[in-house]
Design a protein around this ligand. Structure first.
Ligand code: ADP
Ligand code: GLC
Length: 494
């Protein structure tokens, strides 16, 4: 059994802005069922504290002039011990973990997540004397990137793993911020945290972690190439011997069309015909004509360039003269929100848009749509296409990252051997999506084939079982690789 400290800036159902929360809410549970001693730590945002229900304060301490508390409870619906780091000045605010209520980044994000990372490092060294010392700290994305860098300053430390969920977000700040954070001065170096005269939080993970992984094998390869790496490909190639890709799993209880409480009608492979009830309900909810025979595409996601919005906006008008409908749920960049709303106003019987965030509606879209639109320009793993497969809603995806690793195209060979699960297209943005939508339409007209692909999609197993075991193997490899292992005798909390 290993002791693992899992550090993240969000975890479902405590707080969620995207896929990281889904992973941080379900991987620790899977590891617990593999008999690991795992503790989850995240900041004590107001929602997180409220949703955790019962908790107790297990430590009070001071760090960089802030009075901090460590709150201990459980992840709702699971037995995972969860620690919330309470620092009211930094985390007790409305808005989301990264943005204020107007959608702008919090100006003190560097201070907020540096303090979080410093506290995680203290816990990793048991400096709060909780009589629990992890063998490994699992860090996720830039918000925890300083942890491996800080721990590496120690003569003895736990092993570290840094998971890249999205290389596009790096936590870049100016030199003055570096000074303000009171980090060791020698970390201002191009072989440490400095990146083109900026402070890079993510480099803390990429340079100093014993192992690095990302959330699909394809993305692990892509980020070693300039097109996907924002200037970090050289560093990642340099560290390729400790870099791997592990596909995300999904919470198969939360996302189960057979039991999903958010659906009007539950269904499974044997009762797939009942899926249509969710479709007409969805058309009704979005005020679209309730026509069972019209091909309905769904989209759920952050409205940012990554999710292929430019492609969608450019391509959609080209297919609207055919019997199709589109429903969108998302929020993000104003320009995309506006452009989608405009399209919906121009084509009220074909396109409907809900700007906002709704966990329940996202389930109803997964169940009610026939096909799921996900033409991302890059996608480290992607979870929505996995939920879609499980709900028999055929994903239409660009051949990148995790989309490439999880969806198999409906080309003849794959249809013939019953391995096709969706519509996969390649080509640079602006290319390929229209043809993919037309291929989806063509397949939809062949009811027998469509159902065959739906059943193949629903048969796929993306539960955490395999991937959690892969993480466990990676934890062990990282612990073996740690050049400064903690030993009982060498360990002395300061
Ligand atoms: P990313 O993490 O890049 O946003 P993923 O596909 O990995 O993409 O995960 C996104 C998660 O966030 C999914 O669970 C998706 O359903 C959810 N999500 C995104 N936007 C919304 C929204 N507007 N309402 C409800 N859920 C959303
Ligand atoms: C990121 C990626 C997404 C991935 C998620 C969870 O937000 O954009 O592809 O599924 O993290 O790993």
């Amino acid at each position: 059994m290993s002791r693992i400290l899992f550090a993240t800036s969000e975890a479902y159902p405590l707080i969620k802005t995207g896929g990281l929360a889904d992973v941080a809410g379900s991987l620790p549970r899977a590891l617990l069922s593999l008999k690991q001693d795992i503790r989850l730590i995240l900041p004590a945002y107001p929602e997180a504290r409220e949703r955790m229900g019962k908790y107790k304060t297990i430590a009070s301490f001071e760090l960089d002039g802030h009075a901090l508390k460590l709150l201990q409870g459980r992840l709702p619906g699971a037995r995972v011990t969860t620690w919330l780091l309470d620092c009211p000045t930094f985390f007790d605010r409305p808005g989301n973990p990264y943005l204020n209520q107007q959608g702008q980044v919090w100006p003190d994000n560097a201070e907020r997540f540096a303090l979080f990372s410093k506290a995680v490092s203290m816990l990793a060294l048991d400096q709060l004397r909780l009589a629990w010392r992890p063998d490994l700290v699992h860090c996720n994305d830039w918000q925890t990137g300083l942890v491996p860098a800080l721990l590496d300053q120690q003569a003895r430390r736990p092993a570290t793993l840094f998971t890249i969920h999205n290389l596009a977000y790096q936590g870049l700040f100016d030199y003055d911020t570096f000074v303000k954070l009171r980090l060791p001065q020698h970390l201002w170096h191009h072989r440490a945290l400095e990146f083109h005269q900026q402070l890079s939080f993510i480099k803390g993970g990429l340079v100093f972690a014993d192992s690095i992984n990302t959330v699909s094998p394809s993305y692990a390869k892509e980020i070693q190439q300039p097109e996907f790496a924002y200037g970090l490909d050289g560093l990642l190639r340099h560290r390729r011997h400790v870099l791997s890709g592990i596909l995300n799993g999904i919470d198969v209880d939360e996302w189960n069309p057979g039991t999903d409480p958010h659906l009007l009608q539950n269904y499974n492979r044997r009762s797939l015909a009942k899926k249509i009830i969710n479709k007409t309900a969805l058309q009704h909810e979005f005020k679209l004509p309730q026509a069972p025979e019209i091909l309905l595409f769904g989209f759920i996601g952050r409205l940012v360039e990554q999710k292929g919005l430019d492609d969608i906006l450019q391509t959609l008008p080209g297919i609207l003269d055919t019997p199709v409908q589109f429903v969108f749920l998302g929020s993000g960049q104003h320009k995309y929100e506006q452009a989608l709303n405009k399209l919906a106003t121009q084509h009220p019987d074909k396109i409907a848009v809900k700007i906002g965030y709704s966990e329940e509606l996202s389930h109803r879209i997964e169940a009610g749509a026939d096909a799921f639109l996900m033409p991302s320009t890059f996608e480290p793993c992607g979870l929505n296409q996995l939920y879609s497969l499980r709900y028999g809603t055929l994903p239409v995806v660009r051949k990148v990252g995790g989309l490439n690793d999880t969806v198999k195209d409906i080309q003849k060979k794959n249809l013939d051997n019953d391995s096709a699960t969706g519509i996969v297209f390649s080509g640079t943005p602006g290319d390929g999506l229209l043809e993919a939508l037309q291929r989806t339409r063509k397949l939809y007209q062949d009811k027998v084939r469509w159902k065959q692909v739906q059943l193949a999609a629903m048969r796929q197993d993306f539960s955490w079982q395999r991937s959690a075991q892969a993480y466990l193997d990676l934890y062990h490899a990282s612990i073996r690789r740690n050049p400064k292992p903690l030993t009982a005798t060498a360990f002395s909390p300061s």
